[in-house]
Design a protein around this ligand. Sequence first.
Ligand code: ZN
Length: 364
Amino acid sequence: MEVRLPFAVPPWWEPPQVDSAASKEEAAFVHWMNNTIHPDTPRIYTDGSGHHGEIGASAYFKPLGNSPAIERSAYFGSERHHNVHAAEIGGLILALRMTLDNPQLQRDVNVYSDNQSALQVIRNPRQNSAQYLIKEVVRLLDYRRQQGWTTRFFWIPAHWHEEITGNTHADALAKKATGWREEERDTLGPRAEHLAGLPPRTLQSAVNCWVRRKVKQAWEDSWANPTANAPGRDLRRVMPHLEKHGLDLFARLTAPERSALIQARTGHIGINAVLFRWGKVDSPDCPHCEGEDETLNHVLFLCMSYAGLRTEIWGAQRAPRTLRQALGPESAKETARFLLATGRLQYLLPPTPIPDDDETDTDH
Ligand SMILES: [Zn+2]
């Protein structure tokens, strides 16, 4: 597991120039300007990638003229231990190391990344995740600075339509580092080597993320395939898949409406069919309809004594027809109002104040 110190750099450390444009258009324009005004300043493209749960990084440089491109890539392990954010920083390391062993790059260079947060970390290294990589970036930058070579960083938009081909190459290279091969859909090719001298550490953030994913998966599985006595039977009928709209659903509701909705959704509600099951009343019958169980279905859709109320709340047209519609986001507020207005859930309404006529009971 990684160890993180409060600071990655001493307080007097001066960050390199990091240029992150305000918009994609501006970034593409700056890229074009740099190439036009300083065509011979080498530009190195970096990328980090997560593919099929594997993490890779790359750096790509194409010299002017006919010289072949220089490519570097590294494999960072599975997303169980590492993440794309760290790999983006890994890409910067690959770029900086490339400049040290290539004479044509031992000079001022521009480094392009399509990852804002990696660049933000370079501008202000603190107690970030993947600090062990950040420290290597700082070490390499300091070395280049001692040699008198400037390193400037730029953000470029990923998959930009103009011919920022370097970014496209870096993207493919980083994926390839994870074993991905464009030609073969299902088979994986060999992965790239780990970053030399820096074996990948297990990142705290990657582990947290992995645990969260596992728990969510287990929760969803148990929701979809409940055991016989698992709670939530009624709620599962209304909400077959776990949904995130929970808070939105309740935001517009008053406190009694919220209670009514929750009780309706969970099936724990004070109507006779439920109370009878719990042994609280002698009959499951609707108080208005002899021989008809007072189920939620009956109350919401069938009971004729609420026909007027139904029209009043929904109008004739868009009344919900299933429990799922009635208790879902579209109709939740109306359904809650309807349930309260039937007068069947008196226990949810604020108590009627008791007339205060006996002064001897009052504490003074
Ligand atoms: Zn009825």
